[in-house]
Design a protein around this ligand. Structure first.
Ligand code: FAD
Ligand code: NAD
Length: 396
């Protein structure tokens, strides 16, 4: 048939928003839309610090894709993409092949380890339902192990590499979880150590200094030890080497030191910076008319020529803009330039505590924690309406 084929890779923030908008805006038989994702569920990355620490169930951080999209309008394919072939407009899946006229790449980021020896092999990451279930189980197991080998204090030492927003949100949850675990396993809380190690001279580099100070204060009181201006140089099965060769023994290293784009994009031959495509003003891959790149796979620059940080907020806005431009392309209408509108940043510091910069104002404590809840509920509403808010919202 002559109906154009749109293939969307990845059902994260960028991919799901693109799919939902296309489903709404396209008329019957205007295009064939296929959404590919390696799981049959969508997960809320922005909630993953909680199930990782065990302060919430992993179940509350995901929703089945079939509950979000109309399968009469969008073909959902549960499969893993193994290769993108722009030369013949094909996508190779682990179990088949798809061809496309228009492609949307929104496969999300991968942990960046900067070539630090042993890090990839000996650390865990907060990035998917599978990865956080592993972290949660691993942490509990260390408490059980310690009871059998009480000389092994490294079992009770938890290292978080990187004090960006992911690291900060995770240590906030972990410090809430530790007292529960200590009680359950009869462990003296004074023996447990949480280190948050940051290479930059400050936590949350680049963020509002007053709010950073507030966050560090809250977290330090909850038992987190910050090591600032101290880089992780090596990671082994016994712990980490930091700064000028100091060793910290630990059976648990969670790496939150940064993310990069997806390997498949480089392998496809696109020009990238750390796996990200510097997209044109319409969110397309430069030199192509029909390949859009979104979210953590894309690089968008602000007026000062600095790249925007990769966020869910960015990916969602890009998804909406991309769907709009796809529909315009199909109808031979002109495209709209993408402009990011920053609504602010709110980060959790554990139960009832958070920091936020929104609407030009600073928020801390309970107010900021409420704001965070509101943002999460707004997202549930955008993708799944009232039913999803009622189903998942109460847990957030
Ligand atoms: P993702 O949401 O990562 O989605 C990628 C999708 O592609 C996934 O469904 C994945 O399963 C799928 N996929 C990957 N590889 C393949 C493959 N080979 N084949 C098939 N499918 C594949 N941002 C904010 O704005 N606010 C926040 O509060 C916030 N909190 C965060 C908290 C944490 C703990 C973390 C880790 C991140 C947070 N972020 C936040 C950042 C935000 O989550 C990301 O920027 C956002 O998820 C990017 O969206 P995306 O669509 O590019 O990718
Ligand atoms: P990031 O890149 O923002 O932070 C990584 C941190 O690790 C940096 O502070 C960096 O200096 C540090 N680091 C790098 N190498 C190191 C080393 N060898 N030793 C010690 N420290 C090292 O990564 P992230 O925190 O995962 O965030 C990724 C993206 O997701 C960002 O854009 C962030 O804004 C977004 N995010 C937002 C929220 C929120 O808004 N609540 C929460 C989580 C993530």
């Amino acid at each position: 048939s002559n109906i154009p084929k749109i293939v969307i890779l990845g059902a994260g923030y960028g991919g799901i928003l693109t799919a939902l908008r296309l489903q709404k805006e396209l008329n019957y038989n205007e295009a064939d839309v296929t959404l590919v994702n390696k799981h049959d569920y969508h997960y809320f990355t922005t909630h993953l610090h909680m199930p990782a620490a065990g302060t919430d169930k992993p179940e509350n951080a995901r929703v089945n894709i079939s509950k979000l999209i109309d399968e009469f309008k969008i073909d959902f394919v549960k499969s893993t993409v193994v290769q993108i072939r722009p030369q013949d407009k094909k996508i190779i899946l682990e179990d088949g092949t798809l061809s496309y006229d228009y492609l949307v790449i929104s496969l999300g980021g991968e942990p960046e380890t900067f070539g630090i020896p042993g890090l990839a092999e000996n650390s865990m990451n907060i990035r998917s339902i599978n990865s956080v279930r592993l972290i949660r189980e691993h942490i509990e197991y260390q408490f059980a192990r310690y009871k059998r080998e009480p000389h092994r204090l490294d079992y009770l030492t938890f290292i978080v590499g990187g004090a960006g927003f992911t690291g900060i949100e995770f240590v906030g949850e972990l410090s809430d979880r530790i007292p529960e675990l200590c009680k359950f396993y009869d462990v003296d809380p004074a023996l447990v150590k949480i280190y948050n190690i940051e290479a930059a001279p400050t936590a949350l580099p680049g963020f509002d200094p007053e709010l950073v100070e507030y966050a560090m204060d809250v977290l330090t009181k909850k038992g987190v030890t910050f090591r600032l201006g101290t880089a992780i140089k090596e990671c082994t099965s016994e712990g980490v080497v930091i700064g000028e060769g100091e060793e910290i023994k630990s059976a648990t290293v969670i790496w939150t030191g940064g993310i990069r784009g997806n390997r498949l994009i480089e392998e496809a031959g696109f020009e990238t910076m750390r796996g990200r495509v510097k997209v044109d003003e319409y969110l397309r891959c430069p030199g192509t008319e029909h390949i859009y790149v979104l979210g953590d796979n894309s690089l968008v620059f602000n007026e000062e020529g600095r790249p925007y940080p990769p966020t869910a907020q960015m990916a969602m806005q890009q998804g909406v803009a991309c769907a709009h431009n796809l529909v315009a392309s199909i109808r031979n209408q002109s495209l709209t330039k993408f402009e990011f509108s920053n609504k602010g940043t709110v980060a959790s510091l554990g139960k009832g505590e958070a920091i936020g910069l929104a609407f030009g104002k600073k928020y801390t404590g309970r107010k900021a924690a409420w704001l965070k809840k509101l943002i999460d509920i707004r997202y549930l509403f955008i993708i799944g309406g009232i039913p999803l808010v009622l189903k998942k919202g109460k847990f957030l």
